[in-house]
Design a protein around this ligand. Structure first.
Ligand code: 21W
Length: 251
């Protein structure tokens, strides 16, 4: 099966193939540490469907850090009123920096890796698919800081403890937890192996054929429902015509 001049035994070949498989399969895995006051908000999405499968397969490794446990004093205070006055409470710089350093220090020492630190805020750069793909490609360790209340002390950002500030859109939420979950979902599906072979190769061919815009209308059985028919072209079996029709339907 293998040429003689390779001069390695069958066992060596198997071992090398196994090693390559492990490197390919788990080398692309992503570790995400989440700093939040509300770890419970993440439980639903991470324990269902594709994200659950990614976690089970160890392609996605998520660690929660309850910011309340990093709080100051007996009351574990994590926020305070804003200098200059105004509504709401601000998360304290000392609490946040110690929490970030505790998390990034641990694994950095163990593995020499550096985390990419993201803070979710309405002031951040609006998340786009290109940013998602870049994050998934460039980093295998993310620290996500979720603000709550009015936000965090600006010195956390100005002092260099945050690499990227992200918003998910122009609407007002109650905190950074749902935005963090949105990023996790979008990044996870970029990790090789998270989508099934079929799902990801379909993606690729759709993207190629339709110039990355693949949002045309979909239909499945039955052919007719309460007088509503599936477009004839989709039943024709003519793939050239089908692709042309879909192209004309792109948003
Ligand atoms: C919303 C915090 C509004 C602060 C002056 C004083 C993270 C978010 C969030 C939140 C305000 C993202 C005000 C899209 C979002 C987030 C909580 C400001 C008004 N102005 N992406 N007070 N939308 N939101 N409050 O809300 O933390 S990413």
């Amino acid at each position: 099966m293998y040429p003689e001049w390779l001069s390695i035994g069958d066992v060596s070949v198997l071992l090398i193939m196994a090693a390559l498989y492990v490197i390919f399969r788990y080398g692309m895995a992503m570790r995400i540490d989440i700093l939040t006051l509300f770890p419970g908000m993440f439980q639903g999405p991470l324990t269902e469907s594709i994200l659950k499968r990614a976690v089970d397969q160890k392609l996605l490794e998520i660690h929660f850090h309850d910011l309340r446990e990093s709080g100051m004093g007996n009351y574990h205070q994590i926020d305070d009123s804003p200098y200059g006055g105004g509504v709401g409470m601000i998360m304290r710089v000392d609490v946040l920096v110690e929490a970030i350093e505790a998390v990034s220090g641990k694994l950095k020492v163990e593995s020499g890796k550096l985390p990419h630190k993201i803070y979710f805020s309405p002031r951040g750069k609006k998340l786009k698919q290109g940013m998602v793909e870049k994050i998934a490609k460039k980093h295998d360790w993310l620290i996500l800081l979720c603000g709550h209340y009015e936000g965090i002390d600006q010195r956390v950002i100005d002092g260099g403890w945050i690499d990227e500030e992200i918003s998910i859109g122009d609407y007002v939420l109650t905190g950074g937890e749902l935005p963090a979950m949105v990023l996790i979902d979008a990044v996870a599906r970029q990790i090789p192996g998270v989508l099934g072979k079929e799902e990801s190769s379909k993606e690729e061919s759709f993207s190629k054929a339709l110039g990355r815009r693949k949002e045309y209308p979909h239909y499945t059985r039955p052919e007719e429902f309460r007088g509503l028919r599936v477009p004839d072209v989709l039943l024709s079996g003519n793939h050239g015509e089908i692709e042309k029709w879909r192209r004309g339907q792109l948003g």
